[in-house]
Ligand binder design. Structure first.
Ligand SMILES: NC(=O)c1ccc[n+]([C@@H]2O[C@H](COP(=O)([O-])OP(=O)(O)OC[C@H]3O[C@@H](n4cnc5c(N)ncnc54)[C@H](O)[C@@H]3O)[C@@H](O)[C@H]2O)c1
Length: 331
């Protein structure tokens, strides 16, 4: 059993703590949050210790692995402290919003022989994983195009927008990672366009956008198109298409049931889409943790690395540069 601490008892920390508690590979020892009430109420709900000082917990001998679900600007510090203490780390995305800080962290991790995994959970969604397996099995021949639609059900609150680092680094970052993973090749050119159509005043206040499209090309000519909106009135819209020389793979939205309703006004009416990421990617968060613990337990490499986080952040920065210059940006 891998003795695990979860740092952060907020939205994502609660997801990870429940998944660790349910895992057969790990034991949830402690949840940590400087906001004592948050740590205590989560710990009571799940049945583990609560603590308020992450560095004290990282130093404990009875902790083997640390899951970092704290605000983004704390990730690098906590990750490096945990690695220094010899603890395996699963760190939430993004590594940081500042690529220079990420590069310095990668440099410090270079000679460390401790597993550090980045939490790009969507790779572990069963449908996305099946897509990647079908590509690897040669079912659609050579990949030519990847199309990713990712739309949130509604604008986040103002405080979130302010701290997010902007839509490309906060939201599209998942899609940049998915694009690299499905293309199987690094994008070399990025062209992006961005608009303020959902909450123009709010996003303009933070020099941000709410509606974006990105087109990318790899050195061999593979293409990817990503489109994001902060608000789809019909719910959390998550679809992907991979088109290849011998066919296509299509990953549609998930719904709570397969029921379809028919009446005199409408036919084929489905349940609403699963709303929002906690529901849609519940399986993915659990599978991600199992992959992490599996790698830690077996000594095999972790499936997603901080370098993957760095590359996705770099693509986000290129997209923003493309919006600002109106030009194709060389990656
Ligand atoms: N993979 C995903 O789909 C996904 C989804 C949501 C959030 N995230 C990422 O997870 C991170 C946290 O986001 P959230 O939405 O859970 O935020 P949140 O604000 O809901 O929770 C963060 C918690 O961390 C606590 N905290 C602050 N500093 C801490 C420290 N030094 N040690 C321990 N706890 C500390 C806060 O008190 C808070 O309770 C962000 O980096 C975000 O980008 C990823």
């Amino acid at each position: 059993m891998i003795r695990t601490a979860v740092l952060g008892a907020g939205r994502i920390g609660q997801v990870h703590a429940s998944a660790v508690a349910a895992s057969r590979l790990a034991q949830l020892v402690v949840v940590v949050d400087p906001f004592e009430e948050a740590a205590k109420s989560l710990a009571e709900r799940i049945g583990c210790e609560a603590a308020t000082d992450p560095l004290e917990v990282i130093a404990r001998d009875d902790i083997d692995a640390v899951i970092i679900g704290t605000p983004t600007d704390t990730h690098v510090h906590l990750m490096l402290k945990a690695v220094e203490a010899g603890k395996a780390v699963l760190c939430e995305k993004p590594v940081d919003l500042d690529i220079a800080k990420v590069d310095e962290a990668l440099r410090q991790l270079e000679d460390k022989d401790v597993p550090v995994m980045l939490a790009f959970n969507r790779r572990f969604d069963p449908s996305a994983a099946a897509m990647r397996q079908a590509i690897d099995a040669g079912e659609i021949g050579d990949v030519h195009q990847v199309v990713i639609t990712s739309r949130d059900p509604g604008m986040p609150p103002e405080g979130y927008v302010q701290a997010s680092g902007g839509i490309f680094r906060d939201m599209t970052i998942h899609d940049f990672d998915m694009a690299r993973w499905l293309l199987g090749e690094e994008p070399t050119e990025v062209l992006a366009t961005a608009s303020r159509l959902v909450s123009p005043d709010l996003v303009e206040k933070y020099d941000d956008y709410d509606t974006v499209m990105v087109v990318m090309r790899t050195a061999s000519g593979k293409q990817c198109h990503i489109n994001n909106s902060r608000k789809a009135v019909y719910g959390y819209d998550q679809r992907m298409e991979v088109f290849g020389s011998n066919g296509m793979l299509l990953n549609d939205n998930l719904r709570p049931s397969t029921l379809r309703r028919y009446n005199q006004d409408q036919t084929e009416v489905h349940d609403p889409l699963l709303n929002f990421f906690l529901e849609r990617y519940d399986d993915a968060f659990r599978a991600e943790l199992e992959a992490f613990f599996g790698a830690v337990g077996s000594g095999k490499p972790v499936p997603v690395t901080p370098y993957d986080g760095r590359q996705a952040l770099h693509l986000a920065n290129c997209a923003l540069e493309s919006v600002r210059t109106g030009k194709v940006v060389k990656v």
